[in-house]
Design a protein around this ligand. Structure first.
Ligand code: F6R
Length: 619
């Protein structure tokens, strides 16, 4: 939800800012803007509706010189996506320019108050209130920018990551955060002089430096060209910055020859999962080594219940995790939509473990859910992909996915990374609680170890989905059905299709069909059935028969060698045999490819679907 970039140093800022915006475009892409202080001392702001390329076109004929600047790519919350609502926003006198990620909840009250004091606004956004308030504080308290930001933010309710330029101080960059991420990159230019970078995540920074500081909530930082970097909190108490070295590789941020990040990330899954289990799944000794569990053994030995909070795709992987953990550890697991959990005064016991599952580690609802659980005394465990993210830092312990940056807005490799990490978690907890027989444990470890190879097989054997995807572009609706572990997968398949191809799709437990959804089935309705030759196979075969007798089109995912379901299907995808609980890790691949190729056949932008953004850092 909105991406922020900033630079101060010896280099020309514009190319750094534009490159950074391209890297952050997954966070929002309805408008973009840049502010620079030129060599002649002008504070220039350029902004444009649409993607970053539109901004670049606009800037072709303008003065984009300057060695200090801030930039923004927007996902609209307050005010429609147009150039005047785009960031950066000027203050009334145009001596300040500000970019913002987050939501100012009391912006209406603040705006009214400022208007009463004669301030004139140019946009409908909550962000403009911030920059006007900072200028108002500077004027009324006769203070510098840093102090004015402190004073202003004390009056603000909501979430923000902000960066501000002041025309009369072209050597100083000020930023602050609360609830929305902001990272400061600390580098040295070719001339050996200090330079600083800002980013909503590390992707715009890694090209220049791997030394970063994660700003904490309610911290304000000021940087200048002499290398001064000062951080205080809102109460003006000096903070000691913690310099961290990034573990990220620039190649991971490129498409690497694929037409889209989504396709690259689908094909990356076998290797991504190998990295995820490396050093954690010890096949020889039949062990799962998760330091987060080992270091907190008693918490997991003695906990009464596990509650998993997540949103969207992460909620689907959490549901698969629930089935596995309950089966393996004999402990009740509840899966909650973080957005509901945070507002409904849930019962949380101090001996509960609350697990947050989030690719970005920045989802506002998930973050708020664990904050609530923390207040109620639960032990917090994070399963995140983005290292150093807010959720990773707010939890007591956790496990990173290590599947590499996921840039396509539709989650693919993070989903499979989450499912396999939750399986590791289940196995690690089962060990400390002694709930699984040694032989069975060994067999599960062994099978899990083979999953990346089996994923590779699945990818190779489902390459030609593109050949028939076009046939579904006319469809208005799809149904996805699965039972047991494959019910959450049906939900995930449906979500993938609707978010990138804009075709309405519903996921259902296969047996629920006859309680309502079967009324929708006719010759126009493709029904995707996940039907591996496992536990409830015969029952799923009956469900397929019910659909076929109503002329529904069957697209099935079957185990290699299956002839029965294949014979009943109009289209069929194969996966290798595996244990029931690991089928989603293989069956998800044809579902991801199906949604990708249908969206491509419809001419949709799969990496940046309409109305969506990758990290939902607002409510
Ligand atoms: C769907 C998708 C979203 C996210 C959801 C949670 O493809 O990506 O549904 O899963 O917004 O995001 P994280 O996992 O970052 O908390």
């Amino acid at each position: 939800m909105c991406g922020i970039v900033g630079y101060i140093g010896d280099q020309q800022a514009y190319p750094i800012l534009i490159k950074g915006l391209h890297r952050l475009e997954y966070r929002g892409y309805d408008s973009a803007g840049v502010a620079l202080i030129s060599q002649s001392g002008e504070l220039n702001v350029y902004k444009e509706k649409g993607k970053v390329v539109a901004l670049e076109r606009l800037c072709e004929k303008t003065d984009v010189t300057g060695t200090i600047g801030i930039a923004h790519t927007r996902w609209a919350t307050h005010g429609e996506p147009n150039a005047s609502n785009a960031h950066p926003h000027y203050s009334e006198s145009r001596s300040l320019a500000l970019v913002h990620n987050g939501i100012i909840e009391n912006y209406k009250v603040l705006r009214l108050e400022l208007e009463k004091n004669g301030v004139t606004f140019r946009s409908e956004t909550d962000t403009e209130v911030l920059v006007q308030l900072v200028e108002f504080m500077m004027n009324s308290h006769h203070c510098d920018l840093y102090t004015a930001v402190q004073l202003a933010l004390k009056n603000v309710v909501g979430a923000y990551a902000i960066a501000i330029l002041e025309k009369s101080h072209p050597d100083t960059l000020v930023c602050a955060r609360k609830g929305s991420p902001l990272i400061i990159g600390v580098g040295k230019s070719e001339t050996g002089r200090p330079e600083y970078f800002l980013g909503s995540d590390a992707t715009p920074i890694i090209e220049y430096t791997d030394k970063v500081i994660y700003l904490n909530d309610e911290e304000i930082a000021v940087m200048d060209r002499t290398g001064r970097l000062e951080i205080t909190n809102l109460a003006n108490v000096k903070q000691t910055p913690q310099l961290v070295t990034l573990q990220m590789n620039l190649e991971e941020l490129e498409k690497g020859g694929y037409p889209h990040f989504m396709l690259k990330e689908i094909w990356e899954q076998p290797n991504a999962l190998r990295t995820c289990i490396k050093g954690r799944l010890d096949r020889e000794n039949s062990e799962v080594v998760l330091s987060g569990i080992i270091d907190n053994k008693e918490k997991f030995q003695n906990c009464r219940r596990i509650i998993i909070c997540a949103c969207g795709t992460s909620w689907h992987s959490a549901l698969i995790g629930k089935y596995f953990i309950e089966e393996a550890c004999q402990i009740p697991v509840e899966v909650e939509y973080a957005s509901e959990f945070r507002y409904r005064n849930p019962v949380i016991f101090p001996d509960d473990v609350v697990v947050a599952v989030s690719q970005s580690g920045e989802t506002a609802d998930t973050l708020a859910a664990i904050q609530l659980a923390k207040e109620k005394g639960a032990f917090l465990y994070g399963i995140c992909n983005v290292i150093g993210s807010s959720i990773a830092r707010a939890t007591n312990s956790g496990t990173y996915l290590h599947v590499g940056p996921e840039i396509g807005v539709a989650s693919t490799k993070a989903f499979s990374g989450q499912v396999i990490t939750l399986a590791l978690l289940g196995l690690a907890i089962a060990k400390v609680r002694g709930t699984l027989d040694t032989k069975f444990y060994q067999m599960l470890v062994d099978e899990l170890y083979q999953i990346p190879d089996k994923m590779q097989w699945t990818l190779e054997h489902n390459k030609d989905i593109d050949k028939f995807a076009e046939r579904f572009t006319y469809c208005k609706n799809f149904l996805y059905l699965g039972r047991g572990y494959n019910y959450p997968l049906a939900l995930e398949g449906a979500l993938k299709l609707k978010e990138i191809s804009y075709i309405h799709a519903e996921g259902y437990p296969a047996a629920e069909m006859k309680h309502g959804p079967i009324a929708l089935v006719d010759a126009e309705m493709p029904v995707v059935v996940i039907a591996p030759k496992k536990g409830m196979y015969d029952k799923v075969v009956s469900n397929i028969q019910e659909i076929k007798s109503r002329s529904g089109k069957i697209i099935s995912v079957v185990t290699e060698g299956d002839t029965v379901v294949k014979g009943m299907s109009d289209y069929c995808f194969v996966i290798p045999d595996t244990r029931d609980c690991f089928v989603p890790l293989l069956a998800v691949i044809p579902l991801q490819l199906l949604s990708y190729y249908v969206a491509i056949a419809k001419g949709c932008n799969v990496d940046q679907p309409r109305n969506l953004a990758k990290s939902v850092t607002v409510e």
